[in-house]
Design a protein around this ligand. Sequence first.
Ligand code: PNS
Length: 162
Amino acid sequence: MNRIAVYPGSFDPVTNGHIDIIERAAKIFDAVYVAVIRNPEKSPLFSIDERVGMLKASLKARKKIRIDSFDGLLVEYARAVKATSIIRGLRAVSDFDYEFQMALTNRRMDPSLETIFMMTDYKYSYLSSSLTKEIARLGGSFEGMVPPGVMRKLRSLKERGV
Ligand code: PNS
């Protein structure tokens, strides 16, 4: 049996917390589609090509992990790639309300899809893409928070005047 999971998100940009979840999921599933939403509600800082590019550069070529992008409903994308599970990372209790609502809405739309919550290593549990962008804008250090390629990209933000 092929157990396929989708790990969706904005990944604006990918953090070490995301990478940790992807690696954990790859131990459980036969294939993990990391699905980058093309047009998230919140307007992303990085383009879809940049977000996908940073993920590809951060994850060594691994047969089980595929980096993809999607638009529209997540449940439709999951069906298209024959996934049976949606992976979401849970950090603090503050994530719960939104995740709970999203998981039950997705279940309402497709009862065959199961949402599975995973926890990152505690050392990443405080991390968020938004905070890394803020640190970058203010010229702080985000050492250990994001993969090296993302670090370079965040540093270049200042040069781009973002
Ligand atoms: O990283 P994020 O921004 O928390 O990811 C949110 C995401 C992309 C998983 C969510 O917004 C989503 O699934 N969007 C697709 C549209 C959709 O299916 N909406 C209904 C979900 S309840």
